[in-house]
Design a protein around this ligand. Sequence first.
Ligand code: FAD
Length: 401
Amino acid sequence: MKVAVVGAGLAGLSAADELHRGGAEVVVLEARERVGGRVWSRRLENGAVVEMGAEFILPGNTAVRELAERFGLGLWDKGMRYGRREPRGGTGTSLAEMEAAAAAAERELGRSAGDLSARRLLDGLQIPAGAREALLARVEISSGNSADLVAARDLAGIAHVDDEPAPSIAGGNQSLPLALAESLGRAVRLRSPVERVVWHAEGMRLRAAGAEIDADGCVVAVPASVLPRIRFEPALPDRLAHAVAAIQYGEAAKLFVPLRRPAAPSAVMAVPERYWTWTATADGDRPQPVVSAFAGSPAALARLDVSAGPDHWLASIESLRDDLELDPEGALLSTWSDDPWVGAAYSTSPPAEIGAAFERPVGPLAFAGEHAGGEFAALMEGAIRSGRRAAAALLTLYPAA
Ligand code: FAD
């Protein structure tokens, strides 16, 4: 069996890895000049490693940890704690008050989350106004969207206050897609955006950057936000086209500011502005000379005027983090809303039935991507799991592989 995988993010590479290990011949077609998609590490001039996209391996994300271990990649603990961000600004609250409010929200979730939005659930709780605002900030930052659009069930994952480590891969998360691509040898073709897929029950022909590629099966592992740009002949069935169109995407940006003097691990959230900042360690206890910032939701990006560059945000960070010695000249901004191959950050609470639409292959076409990652959607974990599932489905269809 020959399988074409469209997209060399973690979803596509995980699918290709499973297929390759299952005996299939694989070709991976990637539009960009690099693998990894929304996992992209860079090094600042002062040596600090920063993550333009995915950074934290959240508690319970086992697939990404296992994969890193398989390739002998270590983890950086980072020192700071993802789940414990000191809230500043707004009505005012404390971390202890926030923690109690988050626990109340989770108790309420256990009783009756239903189809409530995160905002509705938080609005209905008897908690101090400042703590509510800080929890709303956490929801909107991490989901990259308005709390009205985030499902209450996601609160436990994105607004939990705890001290669980959320490490990243030593040297940069991009080592993981690079290791996967290397193990696939020459199967990965960069600068190969797929434009058209002509398919029938037994196989297909793909068109990518002027080349025609024949395959028996295909894993489509591109974000739902750009999937409609690929012309399928015949068109995808309505149930799938509707699911693709129904997925909502959040927006996020990151800003990395070199530090003249490295600082101890810390995590501080600007509540009204909907961003948070952190300093972290790399190897062992060695602090990285950079403060990272992450802003989430279209409203936050507009307020910080991110599309005009880093200046407005830089000024805000300078006043929020007057404990740090910033070197604004070397600041690096990372935006995704203007990225041609995703155009947003990640999916927002895809409803179960929409996620399920991607689970079954359509003829020889299987689908993967964080948006199809079920309870792990929006995360590297969801991308990896969805890729593995798509590969398993094709290997079942073509057991002779
Ligand atoms: P992608 O990584 O987007 O890969 C899809 C690939 O398809 C891309 O390489 C793209 O170029 C390619 N492509 C698109 N169209 C075509 C085409 N027509 N032909 C060929 N190739 C095509 N996750 C976490 O777990 N922890 C975090 O801390 C975290 N933080 C994040 C912060 C930001 C700012 C962003 C943007 C994301 C973050 N994520 C985080 C989410 C994580 O990055 C994604 O869930 C995951 O990497 C998605 O993988 P994917 O393979 O589904 O999609």
